[in-house]
Design a protein around this ligand. Structure first.
Ligand SMILES: C[S@@+](CC[C@H](N)C(=O)[O-])C[C@H]1O[C@@H](n2cnc3c(N)ncnc32)[C@H](O)[C@@H]1O
Length: 313
């Protein structure tokens, strides 16, 4: 373990304020964007200017935009062509703005990313920053009647396309299996000693907690990566030493509904950040598992009742 900060102050301003004027129109429609300051904090902490940062599930390209702004080179992979186009536009706009760095976005399935990333980049990636898609309840934006003309409050932008190969549509077991393959591919393109940062969080299905962070920890180890740190990235601001919640409409609603039923839920105001490294020298313990049987990656279901649903920004 290192002496770096384990709580990241990543929401001094709201998500829209962090994205203002930096992302092309259409970016907001993505159902599960990363908070830009989380990507920026990881990039500043684990790389130097001029190094290469990869996001194998890059969505609208938040990791890539923040990497280029910090004078790093960026490479992204995204399965859906809609988000790939937006990520490319975000990368192009950022390069025009900062007049430095480079960025490339490939449309494809990151489970095979070594096949379509140039061989001369294998072993050159300093940092992977990524976040798997999960938990539809945690996605989307809310509009009030006045904006949409419909009655009450409606939720939009909470779905991906309908392609069943997008890992957003699969079961938790399949998601973890797919994510394990993606991390194994990332390990092949990482330089020895390189870092992988995964943001994730638990969510609830029918009142049960799905402990995705534990599942992701197991997938990283199965992919031959070594757990290095476990941090918290705040989604709440800090003012006068106190946390300032930035809950979404549905986050508040879920917690209030649960409390009315006597379930003492609290707002989740952070992402779990799991940090792995690629060992300098392969050891038996850190080699990817090549057996047909995966270790049990399924996160535990339990009736742990201290957290509420979160909503990505
Ligand atoms: C949580 S989102 C990432 C959002 C991104 N960090 C951002 O800020 O825009 C996960 C992304 O993974 C993509 N995805 C799902 N399955 C994939 C796969 N097999 N290969 C590459 N990307 C995939 C989804 O389409 C989605 O855009």
């Amino acid at each position: 373990m290192s002496d770096r900060e384990s709580v990241w102050n990543t929401a001094p301003t709201s998500a829209p304020a962090q994205r203002a004027d930096r992302y092309v129109s259409g970016s907001n429609a993505h159902p599960a964007k990363m908070l830009p300051a989380i990507a920026a904090h990881a990039i500043r902490t684990y790389t130097k200017p001029g190094e290469l940062v990869l996001d194998p599930m890059c969505g609208i390209g938040t990791t890539l935009v923040e990497a280029i702004r910090l004078h790093r080179h960026a490479l992204g992979v995204e399965y859906e062509s809609r988000w790939t186009r937006i990520a490319r536009a975000n990368v192009a706009q950022t390069i025009r703005h900062v007049e430095q760095g480079s960025g490339r976005v490939v449309c494809g399935d990151a489970r095979q990313l070594t096949q379509f990333i140039n061989a001369d980049l294998h072993g050159k990636v300093a940092l992977v920053v990524t976040s798997p898609p999960y938990g539809r309840s945690a996605h989307g934006r809310v509009h009030c009647t006045s904006e949409t003309g419909e009655r009450g409050v409606v939720k939009t932008d909470y779905r991906y396309g309908r392609d069943p190969h997008n890992l957003a549509h699969v079961s938790t077991d399949q998601l973890l299996d797919g994510f394990s393959k993606i991390l194994t591919q990332c390990r092949a393109v990482l330089r020895p000693g390189g870092t992988v940062v995964v943001t994730t969080r638990p969510w609830r299905t029918h009142g049960e907690l799905i402990d995705l962070p534990s599942g992701v920890l197991a997938t990283g180890q199965a992919a031959g990566l070594v757990p290095a740190e476990r941090c918290v990235a705040l989604l709440a601001g800090i003012r006068d030493g106190r946390l300032i919640d930035r809950p979404s409409f549905f986050q508040l609603k879920n917690v209030r509904d649960a409390r009315r039923q006597g379930i003492p839920l609290h707002l989740v105001q952070h992402e779990d950040v799991l940090v792995f490294t690629r060992p300098e020298k392969p050891s038996a313990a850190s080699r990817p598992l090549c057996t047909n049987r995966q270790p049990s990656l399924r996160p535990e279901r339990c009736n742990y009742r201290e957290t509420g649903h979160g909503t990505r920004q």
